[in-house]
Design a protein around this ligand. Structure first.
Ligand SMILES: NC(=O)c1ccc[n+]([C@@H]2O[C@H](COP(=O)([O-])OP(=O)(O)OC[C@H]3O[C@@H](n4cnc5c(N)ncnc54)[C@H](O)[C@@H]3O)[C@@H](O)[C@H]2O)c1
Length: 345
């Protein structure tokens, strides 16, 4: 069974009520880990609520240092996956203070509390947007320059710099192994966030509406959510095994030929659900977002033996069918998706 190492391990996930965190909690629970989650309360319509996982929940803020420390001490986890964040580029323009507060200071509080609680392994989730974007055709490598035009991207680049400093300043005796994971745009069932392509397409399709497309030519490294999660689990495994050479950063994204524009993805989505229709619109208020963003995944493929399992066509079809099933039959197919994916590992 892939990721067997997590069986009977105590795993603490921040951001487990969110899109990625809920899939990670489900995967870990499925393979026999004891999952503890720490997040703000879930939205009423959320993948987390639909899954009804029998796990321990703390509905608290990562910026509440004493609540965080006591949750970590009480749980005494073998490993922490830190996903809690304000993850939306557009919201980061509206509320940069919360964005930096949660993403940068909140992450420092998670690291600090984890060390105080005696945690030995921590995987910290940043993003593909941590790189200084040159809008070039090459994929960014882990040792490329960090940067970030918008507040969200730069907050995550700050996390990368802070993580490096934290390791050098407080972890040079390797008392906690700390790595970061940078993944691209993920898709999958159960994401209802605002201003994300697939959620917008399916919400509008369910209401019989056409979706306005803002940046049809923008190219992103789209992947099914299970792809980076597989990478996070492989990376966590190395930390659990005490392999300190893995305390660096790792990219997780699609093969370089398998990238797609917003327009391509909408066309693929329409193949699975003909109610999905789009109309290209010109933006009235321009908020800068990267146009071309590719990731180089050589390091993860070589060192973690990680590789993409589903291409963008399969990922999109699986995702759109998840939502179709949800809106038409009020059922979720997350467990079936996971089973199908694990069988290919
Ligand atoms: N979804 C993507 O395409 C994508 C791509 C790259 C990186 N990421 C990163 O992956 C992680 C998860 O993203 P997501 O898409 O699941 O986001 P999401 O918005 O669905 O979930 C965010 C989670 O963080 C929690 N959270 C937010 N602020 C908090 C706070 N102050 N205290 C405690 N919990 C808090 C929320 O309750 C929720 O559980 C984030 O770190 C994000 O930056 C996401």
């Amino acid at each position: 069974m892939p990721h067997d190492i997590y069986k009977n391990k105590k795993v603490f996930i921040t951001g487990h009520t969110g899109f990625k965190g809920s899939w990670l909690a489900m995967w870990l629970h499925t393979i026999g880990a004891e999952v503890v989650g720490y997040s703000l309360p879930p939205e009423e319509l959320s993948h987390f609520n639909l899954l009804k996982l029998p796990i321990k929940n703390y509905f608290q803020n990562i910026n509440d240092e004493s609540a965080l420390l006591s949750a970590l001490k009480d749980s005494s986890p073998d490993i922490v996956f830190h996903l809690a964040a304000q993850p939306l580029v557009r919201d980061s323009y509206d509320d940069p203070i919360t964005t930096y507060n949660t993403n940068v200071l909140g992450t420092m509080k998670v690291y600090w509390a984890a060390v105080q609680a005696g945690v030995k392994s921590l995987v910290s989730i940043t993003t593909d947007k941590v790189y200084e974007n040159h809008e070039w055709i090459w994929g960014y490598r882990e040792n490329d320059q960090l940067g970030g035009h918008d507040p969200y991207s730069s907050s995550k680049a700050c996390v990368e710099i802070m993580t490096d400093s934290f390791r050098k300043s407080f972890l040079n005796d390797n008392k906690m192994l700390l790595a970061t994971a940078r993944a691209g745009n993920v898709i999958g069932g159960g994401d209802w966030a605002r201003d994300r392509l697939i959620p917008d397409l399916v919400k509008n399709a369910a209401m019989g509406l056409v979706t306005p497309l803002r940046n049809p030519k923008s190219v992103r490294p789209w992947q099914h959510v299970l792809e980076p999660l597989n990478g996070y689990l492989l990376l966590g495994e190395q930390l659990l095994l005490g392999n300190k050479e893995f305390t660096t950063s790792f990219n997780f994204g699609p093969e370089s030929h398998d990238i797609a524009s917003v327009e391509n993805m909408s066309e693929l989505a329409n193949l699975s659900w003909d109610k999905i229709n789009v109309q290209i619109v010109k933006e009235t208020i321009i908020k800068h977002e990267a146009g071309l963003l590719k990731l180089d995944i050589t390091k993860s493929c070589h060192l973690l033996a990680w590789q993409p399992v589903w291409d963008s066509k399969k990922a999109t079809a699986t995702t759109i069918n998840w939502y179709k099933n949800f809106y038409q039959n009020q059922m979720i197919s997350s467990r079936e998706n996971l089973e199908e994916f694990i069988a290919l590992l």
